[in-house]
Design a protein around this ligand. Structure first.
Ligand SMILES: NC(=O)c1ccc[n+]([C@@H]2O[C@H](COP(=O)([O-])OP(=O)(O)OC[C@H]3O[C@@H](n4cnc5c(N)ncnc54)[C@H](OP(=O)(O)O)[C@@H]3O)[C@@H](O)[C@H]2O)c1
Length: 281
């Protein structure tokens, strides 16, 4: 793959993630006519069609024929039945494969698709609002231009980072993949606590959401370590110290550590369950 050519990007599966990536790519200046999407659902195709003059259809073969980069955006459980019939075509065309399916290893994907250059990506749900954290792993066959092409696709939905060992994606899944839900859960807890302290639910929610956004922005934009930011706003004997003391008594650090470890362990077993050898048995 050369980096100079205008890349044609194909999507197999035109659901939520594909729609978000296509929208981001068009916003970033990718010509909609160079984007091809196949999906059996007319509602999914229509939703993508509203983003621009994207080439839409139901035929996965046609997307393989057109694509330099082929984004695999179907549910993990559907991947085998989608890829296996495409294997011969893929071997001829040799697009760069970019899988965004949670839990499917490169080995599982290559069992179905053949030994093609492959980037495996772990995105997260804020990708749906352009604020995703996508972590990518490339197999050895992916060259620099291929890595850049994959990163360009995923940057359309937020930030991109690389790992050099595929096994790191289990920790990534446990931190950024599942992470949005941890923060949502913290928000739920704080909203409920605010109501217990006498706020109405709407006010409590507004306070919590803006506080979460503000804290995240401060942590990013100040360049200061979150622990240091916490210390800076915690006066001895003050209100914040009173709350943080309760967190410490409940071993919040240990609790989060165990939660993330449980997610990472589940990521390993999920990948085993999705492996073609396990699916066959
Ligand atoms: N959503 C997220 O935040 C998120 C986060 C991390 C990873 N991911 C990964 O991203 C992938 C897509 O997720 P999503 O949320 O976008 O799912 P989704 O909205 O269900 O999109 C998948 C689409 O693929 C279509 N499809 C099914 N069989 C197909 C086939 N044979 N050929 C072409 N298209 C087919 C589905 O159509 P039907 O509905 O008609 O079956 C659906 O429109 C998944 O593998 C998921 O693990 C998503």
């Amino acid at each position: 793959m050369t980096s100079e050519q205008a890349l044609t990007i194909g999507f197999i599966g035109g659901g939520n993630m594909a729609r978000s990536l296509v929208g981001g790519l068009i916003q970033a200046g990718q010509d909609a006519a160079t984007i091809h999407v196949s999906d059996p659902s007319s509602a999914a195709r229509e939703a993508i069609g509203r983003l621009g003059n994207v080439k839409l259809g139901e035929d996965n073969d046609a997307v393989v024929d057109a694509a330099d980069v082929l984004v695999l955006a179907v549910k993990p459980q559907a991947m085998g039945s989608v890829l296996a019939p495409l294997a011969d075509r893929l071997a001829q065309r040799r697009p760069l494969l970019l899988s965004i399916a949670a839990g499917l290893t490169t080995s599982a994907l290559q069992t179905w698709a053949g030994p093609l250059p492959l980037v495996r990506c772990m995105p997260n749900t804020p990708a749906l609002v352009g604020a995703g954290m996508s972590v990518l792993y490339a197999t050895a066959a992916v060259d620099a231009a291929g890595r850049e092409a994959a990163a360009t696709v995923m940057r359309s939905a937020g930030e991109v980072r690389w790992v050099e060992q595929e096994a790191e994606l289990d920790a990534v899944t446990a931190v950024s993949g599942s992470g949005p839900a941890y923060f949502f859960h913290m928000m739920e807890a704080m909203i409920a606590a605010g109501v217990e302290q006498g706020l109405d639910a709407e006010t409590s929610q507004a306070l919590v959401l803006q506080t979460a956004l503000g804290a995240a922005r401060m942590a990013r934009e100040s360049g200061t370590d979150p622990g240091e930011l916490r210390r800076q706003v915690t006066s001895p004997g003050g209100t914040t110290a009173a709350a943080l003391g309760v967190f410490a008594d409940g071993d919040l650090m240990g609790l989060v550590s165990r939660a993330v470890a449980a997610a990472a362990a589940r990521s390993v077993t999920l990948a085993e369950e999705l492996d073609p050898s396990a699916l066959r048995s």
